[in-house]
Ligand binder design. Structure first.
Ligand SMILES: Nc1nc2c(ncn2[C@@H]2O[C@H](COP(=O)(O)OP(=O)(O)O)[C@@H](O)[C@H]2O)c(=O)[nH]1
Ligand SMILES: [Mg+2]
Length: 405
């Protein structure tokens, strides 16, 4: 819990807003109120600029990061020479506040130079910039990056189609030892050189394949993009990462767990505020509803299969049991998590929250109950999700072996 973040103003706002809400509408709307507040992350805007020469794999990347197939309805059209002269945005399928902007290239007739380009595409509106090539970077890429740096935004250089290089190399060297590391180092070095003195670290170039997001630097790129965003943008973007990317990296999986853990105090505070309102029976109902909603977010974010789905049916019995044990939908099923916590050594931990949420809330049963229930539920879901991941990985390995046979 060392990295927990306690935005004091947020909880003060929350309490104040709640008071107003109750004065105006009574208590009937309270659940809706909290739902909205806990889903704040869905309203955070993230604009990611995607630029680079035609054919470099911009549209493909937009589809891969959104986990869409090229022929899905709202996929970005691949292999189409963009005749659009305007920046075009593609929403993330699970969060339309996250937008990937396919920007026109500099040097095209409508954008002959950098100044025209910057004015027309409104450079300031993007939070981070991804500059693509499938060969090497051009003078305009360099100029753009310098401009982006001057407005204090982050940019990333991305070399796509590494799978093609890997394949070609493998063919050529079938008889000798295939040295992928050396091949990657060569490509990285060439890209690095084409950027002059712009970068000091060649790891700031990302070598990816849009067709294999589980290989090479795709995951590292995803992490770097997350790290370039503000806290709330990062939370929103982390939640938007789909199953494929989450499963391809323990780090991304762990980031999801961390983001979920950092919400616990907020859900607990929400229940604590309700407990401070004297309406008999309301508190427990709201606690249970909040916990169940949060649990459902844990399950979907950490990739637990739905009961009865094809993936669930194929799981080993022990994994199935574990998944079932955290697929709770009623308040009654939560009772094991409401067990006594008084003896818990972690009791110290929540006293750190007191200055932020006020003694009345922190000392309340609701706050502690919800806090401990979620603190116990999340690791259980995490454990179940890891079992599912392990089986998925074993299955992929077995499938690959069968292919080879
Ligand atoms: N092998 C391979 N092909 C790619 C990759 N990225 C894009 N392509 C292919 O390159 C072509 C151009 O891609 P597209 O995404 O339309 O490029 P854009 O013009 O920059 O939007 C398409 O045929 C893609 O399938 C990649 O990483 N590996
Ligand atoms: Mg395109």
């Amino acid at each position: 819990m060392s990295d927990i973040f306690l935005p004091e103003c947020e909880i003060v706002d929350l309490t104040e807003e709640l008071r107003k809400e109750i004065e105006e509408f009574g208590v009937s709307n309270i659940e809706e109120f909290f739902k909205k507040r806990l889903e704040n992350w869905k309203s955070v805007e993230v604009n990611i600029a995607i630029t680079g020469e035609a054919g470099s794999g911009k549209s493909s990347f937009i589809n891969t990061i959104r986990e869409l197939d090229d022929d899905d309805d709202d996929a970005a059209p691949v292999d189409v020479l963009e005749c659009t002269k305007e920046p075009r945005s593609y929403d993330h399928p699970t969060n339309n506040k996250i937008k990937f902007w396919d920007l026109p290239g500099i040097g095209t007739p409508d954008y002959p130079d950098l100044d025209t380009y910057c004015n027309k595409v409104q450079l300031e509106k993007y939070h981070t910039y991804l500059i693509f090539t499938s060969t090497r970077f051009q003078a305009n890429d360099l100029k753009l990056a310098e401009k982006v740096r001057s407005i204090k935004k982050k940019f990333f250089f991305i070399r796509t189609k590494i799978d093609e290089n890997a394949r070609a190399q493998e063919k050529r060297k079938r008889k000798q030892k295939y040295d992928e590391e050396a091949m990657l180092a060569r490509i990285r070095e060439k890209c690095f050189q084409s950027l002059g003195n712009l970068l000091t670290n060649d790891q700031d170039i990302f070598l990816i394949s849009n067709h294999d997001p589980d290989k090479w630097d795709f995951v590292r790129l995803t992490q770097a993009i997350l790290d370039a965003l503000t806290r709330y943008q990062r939370e929103s973007m982390t939640f938007a990462l789909g199953k494929v990317i989450t499963r391809s990296s323990q780090d991304i999986f762990q980031r999801k767990v961390n983001v979920l853990r950092q919400r616990i105090w907020k859900v607990a505070a929400a229940s604590g505020v309700v407990a401070a309102i004297p309406v008999p029976g309301l508190s427990f109902a709201v606690d249970a509803a909040l916990i169940l909603r949060e649990l459902s977010l844990y399950r979907s974010q950490l990739g637990l299969p739905e009961i009865g789905s094809a993936e669930f049916v194929q799981l080993h019995l022990a994994t199935k049991k574990k998944v079932l044990s955290v697929t709770l939908t009623t308040a009654a099923q939560l009772s094991p998590y409401f067990a006594s916590y008084a003896a818990s050594t972690a009791i110290e931990e929540f006293t750190r929250f007191v200055p932020f949420i006020g003694p009345a809330i922190a000392s309340g049963m609701s706050f502690t109950t919800t806090y401990y229930a979620l603190s116990k539920i999340l690791p259980d879901v995490e454990e179940a999700a890891k079992l599912v991941l392990k089986e998925a990985a074993q299955k992929t390995a077995a499938d690959l072996e069968n292919e080879v046979d």
